[in-house]
Design a protein. Structure first.
Length: 341
């Protein structure tokens, strides 16, 4: 469905002079340097696959999304969306009818129009047949719970309402591919979870190919089974969620509260280096073991503890993708702006 072959994107950056006169001369100067935003990116995405496209600020994520959606033209390389080039004039319209795009910091809705009129306009733009439009908009209104504000002007909507409306606009023509560029930015916890649930239902029901960029790693875990990590315009990692976790060891935190104190030394002696660390509190009645999940299963450790001690509470916490990516950035020297130090 999506194929990128050695894609590069350069931007011209004017060389600015010093002082007021230098700034004035810059306005009329043709001198510039080239900044490489995307550097030889190659990957493929299958039909119906859901991919998290992540990286630090300035890594080139949004630039790649804009090239895949036809907003920007690559400086070098080739991009194919369902076999067509989104940036070539002869093929662009055909591609645009098969994709949907949601930018969390921008909107495709008309500011002063109510949603009903906005969607009517989009119906004509995308050539959606009347009967198909009625069925589609009805499903989206119900799924995204938009009925209470369908007649309200876009400028009066809350951020959460506007994001749901933007998602509906992107899905109105039943696109094969959906690009989501930080769709949950600024949303509160409840609204964010409801939006993620709605996206999950949409991609499952319509087998939509999904590319998601976000800094919220929890969104990646809820929506995607594969991640592509970008650093300074280059692909740093491409693989499954599980494999990226295993890059730094897949760990689990097993917390058990018992009626009698736990002897941590005996547990460590039994399982050896599979126990990465332990933490005792409340006089030994509350203990947390961090284990290497590759060497030791959670069930095996819990089975041993529950056979020796009477448990009052048990909690298991897996390593989050957020912690793994943070370690990856530290290892490669990625800064907050997406370039190596």
């Amino acid at each position: 469905m999506i194929e990128l072959k050695n894609v590069e994107k350069y931007f011209k950056k004017p060389i600015r002079g010093k002082g007021v006169w230098g700034m004035f001369k810059t306005l009329f100067s043709r001198k510039h340097t080239l900044v490489k935003a995307v550097d030889g990116v190659s990957f493929t995405v299958d039909d119906g696959e859901c991919v998290g496209y992540i990286g630090a600020n300035g890594a080139g994520k949004s630039t790649t999304i804009k090239m895949m959606s036809g907003i920007l033209t690559p400086t070098a390389g080739e991009i194919l969306i369902d076999g067509k080039h989104p940036y070539k004039s002869k093929e662009r319209n055909a591609v645009l009818k098969t994709i949907g795009v949601v930018f969390g910091q921008k909107t495709q809705l008309w500011y002063d129009l109510p949603l009903t009129e906005t969607y009517e306009l989009l119906k004509y733009i995308y050539d959606v047949p009347e009967d198909e439009y009625k069925r589609r908009i009805g499903e989206l209104i119900e799924l995204l719970d938009m009925k209470p504000f369908m007649d309200a002007p876009v400028r009066t909507l809350s951020l959460g309402q506007r994001m749901r409306a933007d998602l509906a606009a992107a899905m109105l023509h039943n696109p094969k591919t959906l690009f989501l560029d930080e769709p949950t930015i600024g949303l509160d916890v409840l609204v964010k979870r409801n939006l993620i649930d709605a996206i999950n239902k949409l991609k499952t029901e319509y087998n939509t190919t999904l590319i998601l960029t976000t800094h919220a790693m929890s969104d990646i875990e809820l929506l995607c089974n594969r991640v592509i990590i970008l650093d300074a315009g280059k692909v740093l990692f491409d693989g499954s969620l599980e494999s990226v976790k295993h890059m730094f060891g897949d760990s689990r935190d097993i917390t058990v509260r018992t009626k009698s104190p736990v002897d941590c030394d005996s547990v460590k002696a039994k399982f050896g280096d599979a126990i990465l660390k332990s933490d005792l509190s409340d006089g030994g009645h509350n203990v947390t073991f961090t284990i290497d999940a590759v060497k030791l299963g959670s069930g095996e450790l819990l089975g041993h503890l529950l056979s020796q001690y009477e448990a009052e509470d048990v909690k298991i916490a897996e390593t989050g993708i957020e912690q793994v990516v943070e370690k990856l950035y530290k290892k490669t020297g990625v800064t907050a702006e997406g370039s190596g130090e």
